[in-house]
Design a protein around this ligand. Sequence first.
Ligand code: HEC
Ligand code: HEC
Length: 292
Amino acid sequence: MFKRILKFTLIGVGFLLLCIALFYAFVHFSVNDRLAQTYTVDPKPIAIPNDSAALALGHHLSLVQGCQDCHGKDLSGDIMVDDPAIGLISATNLTTGEGGIGAGYSDKDWLKAMRHGLSQEQTSLLIMPSTEYSKMSDHDLGALIAYCKQAPPVDNQLPQNELRPLARILINFNQMKILTAELIDHDYEAPEYITPSVSVDYGGYLATACAGCHGTNFKGLPGKEPGSPMASDLTQTGNLANWSENQFKGALRTGKTPEGIIMNSKLMPWEAFRHFSDDEIKALYLFFQTLE
Ligand code: HEC
Ligand code: HEC
């Protein structure tokens, strides 16, 4: 009797382990397929200027858009995720130094990365927020690329990316949306030029930098990773309805809201947004005030 129970228990446990192994093998290979998928795109060539006004604009945009937050102060890259369950993901060294992509990167490669979220091999980049950058005007993106291209060379060889089981399971069930190319509208045609002004329209253009987390209707979205706070409702049904322009400016410059919440700049990148000029913040404020 006892032997029979033991036998059935062992068969049961064995069967369960087999199911788990098969399930994980399925997840592993289906995520591999998505990582290996190549996209065919032919980005429209744009002018990459070289004058000092363009480089100054490019520098400003790189700060506001947070390139330095992920790719390092000197754009030489940085390890972003290093976790035994999730894996290892680094933000690329963008310079022409050793370990950097700069030297072997054509203008077309820059456009593929910025507008389509693709590597030189046409596969999806991880984490890189090209969803937002793809909406930048030709004029602004040209200035940004010009600035990145002239960054002084820094040698920094980063380790190969590696996705471990928990990341693969979360990616498989769309709980971790980090394959950038899957999230982009590859047919989007960015405007050539948007005139800066203190206006609702210009605020709307700047607010594309907020849509990735707060949603394209700015009504707020759940956190990007399990357990991270919800990206708040920025429309007039949220707290912003009661904020003055100065309070809004304070939140973007210091990370502290009038309600006393201290925002973590890793989750809400105010350390980048504090570089918005006063006029840019005014335009953003005007825009959010129009959202019912
Ligand atoms: C939230 C973090 C984050 C921000 C902000 C960010 N990047 Fe990235 N970026 C990454 C990561 C991570 C990768 C590497 C992706 C990979 O290897 O799959 C990457 C890759 C790239 C690549 C492609 C490199 C290659 O391997 O082909 C370029 C170009 C790039 N970033 C430029 C920029 C610029 C310019 C900005 C600012 C406008 C910026 N990034 C902002 C995280 C970020
Ligand atoms: C990488 C994701 C991310 C991006 C991009 C982002 N936010 Fe946020 N934002 C958050 C999260 C998460 C919170 C909630 C933070 C908290 O509660 O600690 C937040 C909160 C806020 C708040 C506080 C709102 C309240 O009701 O307390 C404001 C204001 C805000 N964001 C404005 C912006 C603006 C403006 C932009 C674009 C220029 C932007 N955010 C882009 C993630 C983001």
